[in-house]
Ligand binder design. Structure first.
Ligand SMILES: Nc1ncnc2c1ncn2[C@@H]1O[C@H](COP(=O)(O)OP(=O)(O)OP(=O)(O)O)[C@@H](O)[C@H]1O
Length: 716
């Protein structure tokens, strides 16, 4: 709150200055100063009202003193200094009275002038005649006349005495007059002194009041400031409260809105609930009706239960009879199961016998169909390959006119044209339209042999592009196109499920490797391990061969094996980008170890299934390879010809079988020969330009097919 200036404030300095002046006057009463000051006070119209009253009286008294002083000045103009000093003395010592001696001194001071006759009549104040004592004094002086000393001779002592007596009389008169004047002035001075004292007291009183007023003002000001601060604090707190209240109001409004929405929702819910209650009430009515119906039904059922109890007693007897029968049947079943197990053992024996009779090396020939652009040539007909017999065991290869083959051939005619034919006989010949399922059906017995504890080896042999990979792996993403490996795995897991009912439990572990340029690589490992060359080791004489560091994964499902196959394919394709068409130039070997035990009969079996996709069998000379290709071709040629040599040696019952001449035969040592069953697919391309390679492949397969490598031994 802004403080308004008080009216008295403006006047205070004046009053103070006046008070100071008065005090000063009081401390040093000087008539002239008082006169001057008195005049100034009288003319000061700005004096405060409180002071005016006192001031006016003071002024009046001062003015009267002034007037008198002025009169005295006029009266005794020549001796003004003396009068002044008297006045000053009186003013300084108000209690002291002017004495005669004093006056005498004054008179004395006048003497020289009298003596000299230089006393002059005081000049009257302009416009005003001399009044009172002054006029009297003047008249006295005048009446005494001028000194007449000059006019008397020295000897006229009497005259001079008279003059001096006259002069003394005048002086005496003047002294008396001055004394009266002095008394009057003393009285005036006393009055003035008293007035001055009262004025001083008044001023002091006023000063005290002023100080008090100042103190009050200061305290009031402080109070007002405190009040102002309090009010401002209250104002700010009120504003805070106001803003808080506004926020609360906004919150409240929000809450009100929410509550309104909630209320609406609840009203709707209440409506729904009421509707539901009505429905439930009607349902309850219906249920009550049903309950009544059920009660009557329960009554009826109770009656029926009573009847059934009687029947149950009768049935219990029947059940006892049946239990006896079941026990009899169970003992019969056990007898039958033991017979079945004996039959299973016999089946295995007979199955092996059949395999033996068929030969432990069997050769299937598969001719793939013409594909894509190949079909456009000659209307999609394979004219140089014939399948003459109904048993699908013979393949005829027509000698093409422009291809010379150093071989004895059958002569025949077709369409009036003499043709040379090559006839090959195998355990089975699959025509181009044969499906994967049909092919697998023929080898499924071999798979069963692996479960029975035999080493089984299935090869795919043939030139590049003849269908080896298609036959062994097929397309893993399409059920119908699955090759021999996934189908074998599937059959094994299906068969194991059946065998479990006969007391058998199996453990399977899988591995997959690649032999490229006579080096072994793990197809199930990744990174640097994928590039590591592995070695074949023989554990002990007559024992299994094994490859240290090779990944051997225990598998428990068909899906797990398929996943491994996919990983292997991926790894093979990665390597293929580094080395052109590497998959065609390497052998891939999938191995599945099967270990079975029969907890009922105590039998056990240990089989090894080898599924081999051999490298393309092109001949080095004809392919005209050089550099890396030549090295690959030489490695392939070496391992394939050694495979033929091993099989020949086995067929010839030679003492030394050259297994170690190549990595492939060394690895398959225990799966080729007396303790194993071997099947070779010879894959044939339908293209005429592949005639020469087809002929070579068929000749190689024929040699293998003619071998009898002995009776397989079951491992246990
Ligand atoms: N019986 C068949 N039915 C349909 N297509 C086949 C058949 N046999 C092979 N093919 C196809 O022929 C092509 C070559 O087959 P595949 O790759 O299996 O030959 P390959 O002998 O394994 O060749 P490589 O030695 O180069 O690996 C592939 O596209 C394959 O799908």
């Amino acid at each position: 709150m802004e403080r308004k200036p008080l009216a008295s404030n403006r006047k205070i300095p004046v009053a103070e200055s006046r008070t100071k002046s008065v005090s000063k006057r009081t401390r040093s009463p000087n008539v002239d100063e008082s006169v001057n000051e008195g005049k100034r006070v009288c003319t000061d119209k700005k004096a405060p009202t409180g002071l005016k009253r006192h001031g006016s009286s003071s002024c009046l008294s001062t003015c009267s003193v002034t007037a008198r002083t002025a009169t005295a000045r006029q009266t005794s103009a020549p001796k003004l200094n003396s009068v002044k000093s008297s006045s000053n003395l009186m003013a300084r010592k108000p209690s002291s009275r002017p004495t005669v001696s004093h006056a005498t001194s004054t008179v004395k001071s006048l003497k020289p002038n009298v003596r000299s006759g230089a006393v002059t009549a005081p000049r009257p104040v302009q416009g005003r005649p001399p009044t009172g004592a002054s006029s009297t004094l003047n008249s006295t002086v005048v009446s005494t006349g001028a000194p007449k000393t000059k006019g008397r001779p020295a000897w006229d002592l009497k005259g001079r005495l008279q003059d001096m007596q006259g002069e003394l009389t005048g002086c005496t008169f003047r002294i008396a007059h001055l004394e009266s004047l002095n008394q009057k002035l003393s009285g005036d001075a006393e009055v003035k002194h008293m007035a001055s004292q009262s004025a001083v007291k008044e001023i002091e009183h006023l000063k005290e009041k002023l100080d008090q007023a100042d103190l009050e003002y200061e305290s009031h000001k402080k109070k007002l400031q405190r009040d102002l601060e309090d009010l401002e604090f209250k104002k700010s707190s009120i504003e805070r409260k106001k803003s808080a209240l506004e926020e609360e109001l906004a919150d409240s409004n929000n809450q009100v809105t929410k509550l309104q929405q909630l209320s609406e929702a609840r009203n709707k819910t209440i409506g729904d609930l009421q509707f539901a209650i009505e429905q439930k009430e009607s349902e309850i009515l219906g249920l009550e009706a049903k309950a009544r119906a059920h009660e009557s039904e329960r009554q009826r059922l109770n009656n029926q239960i009573e009847e059934w109890k009687k029947m149950t007693e009768a049935h219990s007897k029947t059940i006892e009879d049946l239990k006896l029968m079941i026990e009899q049947k169970n003992s019969e079943i056990q007898v039958k199961e033991s017979r079945e197990r004996a039959h299973e053992t016999e089946r295995r024996r007979l199955h092996n016998l059949v395999q033996e009779l068929k030969g432990n090396i069997r050769v299937f020939c598969r001719v793939r169909p013409l594909l894509g652009e190949e079909e456009l040539c000659k209307g999609g007909i394979i004219s140089h390959i014939n399948f003459p017999d109904m048993d699908h065991k013979i393949l005829e290869l027509d000698k093409l006119p422009d291809i010379s083959v150093n071989e004895s051939v059958l002569n025949s005619t077709r369409g009036g044209r003499a043709l040379s034919k090559y006839e090959f006989s195998f355990d089975k010949v699959f025509q181009p339209e044969s499906s994967q399922a049909e092919v697998f059906e023929e080898i499924s017995q071999l798979v069963q042999s692996a479960l029975d504890g035999y080493n089984v080896c299935i090869f795919a042999y043939g030139q590049t592009g003849s269908g080896k990979t298609y036959t062994m792996e097929g397309c893993l993403e399409e059920e119908d196109l699955l090759g021999m490996i996934p189908r074998t795995v599937k059959q094994i897991f299906t068969a194991v499920h059946d065998l479990e009912g006969k007391g058998w439990s199996y453990k399977f572990s899988a591995s997959m490797l690649e032999i490229y340029n006579e080096s072994i690589y793990d197809l199930l490992s990744k990174g640097s391990a994928r590039e590591e060359k592995l070695e074949v080791k023989l554990m002990a004489k007559g024992e299994d061969v094994h490859v240290p560091k090779l990944s051997i994964v225990e598998v428990k499902s068909e899906q797990q094996v398929l996943k491994l196959l996919r990983n292997a394919c991926e790894n093979r394709s990665v390597a293929e980008t580094k080395c052109n068409q590497r998959s065609s130039r390497s052998h891939s070997v999938f191995q599945l170890r099967l270990e079975g035990t029969n907890s009922t009969t105590g039998e056990s079996s240990k089989g090894l299934l080898n599924l081999v996709d051999l490298a393309g069998s092109e001949r080095v000379k004809e392919s005209g390879s050089e550099g890396q290709r030549l090295l690959e071709a030489q490695s392939i040629n070496k391992s394939l010809s050694n495979l033929g040599n091993v099989i020949m040696a086995l067929g010839n019952k030679e003492k030394h079988i050259p297994y170690r001449n190549s990595k492939l035969t060394y690895l398959l040592q225990n799966s080729l020969g007396g303790n194993s069953k071997t099947l070779m697919f010879v894959n044939v391309s339908p293209k005429e330009e592949c005639f020469s390679e087809t002929l070579n492949s068929l000749r190689f397969a024929t040699k293998v097919n003619q071998c009898n490598i002995g009776t397989a031994q079951k491992k246990s």
